[in-house]
Design a protein around this ligand. Structure first.
Ligand SMILES: *Cc1c(COP(=O)(O)O)cnc(C)c1O
Length: 420
């Protein structure tokens, strides 16, 4: 599902539109009197309208701005007020790229954003997002000029970036850039053990405004410390007494577990959105986060099973007594994990109910029990803050998946409603 966005953007490129037309936040005057205006982001286009309409049954995503604020505050306290470079890659972990950036921009600690795909960086600038926008991914030749013109900060890591980027940018000085060091992930960055001469050449070229340098941890506790030493050793040796380079390394895991890595700036993603990165119980005890999104829909069918009636593909559930069931119009195509059949629950009203039968593309069935305590039209929360049973980390645990998958696999085409 993570490729949906690429296909969508590819479709736009194919249509000859090179930049996403994302209007700045529009103050609508169309909200009915008495309703709370909330912003709505759909396929990257931003409008403002009332929260999930009362007649909407299909799934949607509620984004809770006060939860975002709470989580920024948690990161601020854990890091003694370090500047935050908020990672909003992959549609801001499912919350909606542009609106999430606008909301996070309101907090003084959030001094910039980091993304992986060039089109996301451009879309943020086109939407009027200010501050640093760091592209942690590759800047392909064809994108360099646009990125530099949009004042996007590039990551330097390829051997030939020193010549390639200025040539493609059509500019010989002042290209904003951070150095990306590979200290043990072997994923991105210039390997630390040959970074020193490379870095000297980069600086000698005079083409870049080197604002920062960063690395990514493997999140293996002992090795993280070794990586931190590798990183700071290289960067210290490169210190020529000139303009200081801001060092950053800590993602959400480092924010919680490695204070020595807070350095000049921190670079969390999932914690800002309310997901615990590594050890939920311990992290909740240290500083509790609030899930900032909820995947919701409305019940479309309530029916009674007779003993012997079966449920969904493969008939893995067969009723052994009369029981009520409810059908929800959300499924794995919307980002709800198939593994939910192995013990996940869904919140409806104040109670939670077990998922029974295989999760299909657009439907989930829950068991209500002996009494019909649920009705067609009731709001159901499949993932969200409503109850511990539907907390993203708990759902990740019972479905044996990753909390990162739950966030990032939310279907980007679902409407997002931004509660104040
Ligand atoms: C995704 C990412 C982050 C943020 O990670 P979280 O675990 O979500 O906090 C930070 N740095 C890099 C390089 C990343 O790719």
């Amino acid at each position: 599902m993570s490729i949906d966005r690429r296909i969508f953007l590819g479709g736009i490129a194919a249509a000859g539109i090179t930049r996403l037309a994302v209007p700045a936040v529009v103050r609508g005057d169309s909200s009915p009197a008495g309703s709370t205006p909330v912003r709505h982001e759909h396929d990257g286009r931003t409008t403002e309208r009332a929260a999930a309409p009362a007649d909407r049954f299909d799934p949607w995503i509620d984004v809770d701005r006060s939860a975002l604020e709470h989580n920024v505050d948690v990161v601020r306290r854990l890091t003694n007020g370090r500047p935050i470079l908020a990672v909003i890659k992959n549609n801001a972990y499912g919350l909606g790229l542009v609106m999430t950036a606008h909301h996070l921009s309101r907090y003084p600690e959030v001094t910039g954003f980091a993304v992986v795909k060039p089109e996301d960086a451009i879309a943020l600038r086109d939407a009027g997002v200010r501050g640093t926008i760091l592209l942690m991914g590759m800047a392909p030749d064809e994108a360099v000029a646009d990125l530099v013109a949009a004042d996007v900060t590039l990551s330097l890591y390829l051997d030939d970036d020193r010549e390639r980027l200025p040539a493609r940018a059509g500019r010989r000085t002042g290209i904003p850039a951070h150095v990306y060091l590979d200290t043990g992930m072997s994923r991105m960055g210039i390997p630390y053990h040959r970074a020193r001469p490379w870095l000297s050449d980069v600086r000698a070229s005079g083409a870049f405004r080197l604002d920062g340098a960063f690395t990514a941890f493997t999140e293996e506790a002992d090795f993280d410390r070794e990586q931190l030493t590798r990183f700071t050793d290289v960067m210290r040796s490169a210190d020529d007494g000139g303009t200081p380079i801001a060092l950053h390394a800590a993602s959400s895991n480092g924010v919680y577990h490695l204070p020595d890595a807070h350095l000049d700036m921190v670079r969390p993603g999932i914690a800002l959105f309310g997901g615990y990165p590594s050890r939920p119980t311990e992290e909740r005890a240290l500083a509790p986060l609030l899930p900032a999104f909820a995947l919701r829909c409305r019940v479309v069918r309530v029916e009674r099973l007779r003993p012997g009636d079966s449920v969904s593909y493969g008939r893995s559930y067969v009723a052994d007594r009369p029981t009520w069931i409810a059908t929800l119009p959300a499924g794995h195509a919307d980002g709800y994990p198939r593994g939910a059949v192995n013990g996940a629950r869904v919140a409806i009203g104040t109670r939670t109910y077990p998922v029974i039968g295989a999760v299909s593309a657009s439907h989930v069935i829950v068991e209500i029990g002996a009494d019909a305590t649920v009705a067609v039209g009731d709001v159901a929360t499949l993932i969200g803050p409503d109850h511990l049973d539907v907390h993203p980390n708990e759902l990740a645990r019972v479905t044996d998946s990753s909390v990162y998958d739950l966030f990032m696999h939310l279907n980007p085409s679902l409407p997002r409603y931004y509660a104040p």
